[in-house]
Design a protein around this ligand. Structure first.
Ligand SMILES: Cc1cc2nc3c(=O)[nH]c(=O)nc-3n(C[C@H](O)[C@H](O)[C@H](O)COP(=O)(O)OP(=O)(O)OC[C@H]3O[C@@H](n4cnc5c(N)ncnc54)[C@H](O)[C@@H]3O)c2cc1C
Length: 401
């Protein structure tokens, strides 16, 4: 019996599991010589790209409805240590019990996390990085209308004008207005976007920027660029240039790092902590260990590298799963070749902007791009549930083209 251990129940982990099962079946495995186990801290696959939206607590899929039909064993536990020499992982289960999990092949797919800020008052700053954090923000917003009226009651300051900050800021106006409307105070809504850089979407490049700026103007989102936050209280936020903005809501979106478990695997890492993997998604120099999704740095077309995105995590999972089974059953491993790079940024009531290529040439804007974004968010990124055949068929589809 060979043990494949997948750590992480996000996009990369789920598709790794489906990929291993599919490729093992393709290689003629009857299943009794292989055990695939997925360990994840929670019972659900969290649809992280949707956590900026309204009602985030629903943005999840029960892992058992995805993995159960394909016979993947699931353990709810938090992995605390990995010993790559001994081929074991140590975890703490729901009831605090210690678990020692042995593996023949390991896939590390524990994703990434926001780097929380550290300034006076930063403990009260919200984020949308995890389901619980996004739900806490949503709960806070819904209760704003119950407060005694005060300055900044319906002001939200979003820190970080990158992908997540832009999607959140452009959604928040509408969300806040719906809440304030009940008290007839919708006009008090104010959204302010803060970034250290002198432009919005610094890493998105100049291609989509005019469209983004137009959307921010249309939605009356204020910008404070070339600045950051120096301090916050539950009533206001002080920027690095001394400006004080009365605001009941401050949300931090800037800075991501790979899961801290990456530090337990020997090997080279980039500045985000991602493990360098080869074309087959094996961690370079570490036998029997693969990494996929936000924990891994892989090469893609034209000398570019993967981004911490669903767009890369999902196919990385499929390729890693396939290659683990190839290792075990002697199939041909597949070099990681994702579809050409695209981005689709939600701009709230202003639509969306869809770009193609690493230089982010605009291909769609407005309602067309918005319809595409809604399709991505509500359909494409969800794995099939209660349907082994469809899940395995999709696991074998390595390109959307
Ligand atoms: C608000 C927001 C908006 C985003 N928008 C987009 C977008 O528009 N497009 C896009 O492509 N990407 C977007 N992303 C990024 C995208 O969500 C991530 O790149 C993607 O989720 C990475 O998938 P993953 O499987 O590597 O990790 P994750 O989805 O983070 O999954 C990691 C899994 O590992 C588990 N885990 C972590 N640590 C442990 C442990 N110690 N033990 C056991 N289990 C553990 C977690 O519980 C989770 O199940 C967005 C992210 C956020 C937060």
């Amino acid at each position: 019996m060979k043990d494949v251990l997948i750590i992480g129940g996000g996009f990369a982990g789920v598709w790794s599991a489906a990929g291993v099962v599919r490729a093992a079946r393709e290689a003629g495995s009857a299943g009794d010589e292989l055990r695939v186990t997925l360990v994840s801290g929670g019972d659900d696959m969290v649809i992280r790209p949707r956590l900026y939206e309204n009602a985030p607590e629903g943005m999840r899929v029960a892992l058992d409805r995805v993995l159960g039909p394909i016979g993947v064993r699931r353990i709810s536990a938090t992995v605390t240590g990995i010993d790559t020499e001994a081929h074991t992982a140590r975890a703490v289960g729901r009831d605090g019990e210690q678990l020692d999990l042995a593996y023949d092949k390991l896939v590390l797919a524990t994703g990434s996390q926001l780097v929380r800020p550290d300034f006076p008052g930063s403990q009260d700053v919200f984020d949308v990085d995890s389901l619980s954090a996004a739900a806490a923000l949503d709960h806070h917003l819904r209760r704003l209308a119950d407060r005694d009226p005060c300055l900044g009651q319906y002001t939200a300051v979003v820190v970080g004008a990158g992908f997540t900050g832009l999607e959140l800021a452009t959604a928040l106006g509408e969300r806040l207005r719906a809440i304030a409307d009940g008290k007839g105070t919708a006009d008090d809504v104010r959204v302010v976007l803060v970034d250290r850089a002198d432009v919005v979407g610094p890493e998105l490049g100049p291609g989509p920027r005019p469209t983004i700026d137009d959307a921010l103007d249309e939605l009356k989102i204020e910008r404070r660029l070339g600045r950051t936050v120096a301090a916050a209280t539950r009533r206001d936020v002080t920027l690095s240039d001394g400006e004080v903005i009365p605001a009941a809501t401050v949300v931090w979106t800037a800075g991501m790092a790979a899961s801290p478990l990456t530090a337990q695997i020997p090997g080279e890492r980039d500045r985000l902590g991602r493990l360098n993997v080869d074309e087959h998604l094996r961690v370079i120099g570490v036998p029997d260990v693969y990494a996929a999704g936000d924990t891994a740095l892989a090469s893609v077309e034209d000398g570019y590298s993967t981004t911490q995105s669903c767009q890369h995590a999902l196919p990385m999972g499929k390729f890693a799963g396939h290659n683990v089974a190839a290792d075990l059953f002697g199939n041909v491993p597949l070099p990681f070749t994702p579809d050409p790079y695209v981005t689709c940024l939600d701009l709230g009531a202003s639509g969306a902007v869809y770009t193609e290529g690493w230089d982010r040439r605009i291909a769609l804007t407005g309602p067309e791009a918005k319809a595409l974004k809604q399709n991505i968010n509500a359909v494409w990124i969800y794995p099939p549930t209660d349907d082994a055949e469809e899940l395995l068929a999709q696991a074998g589809r390595f390109s959307n083209g």
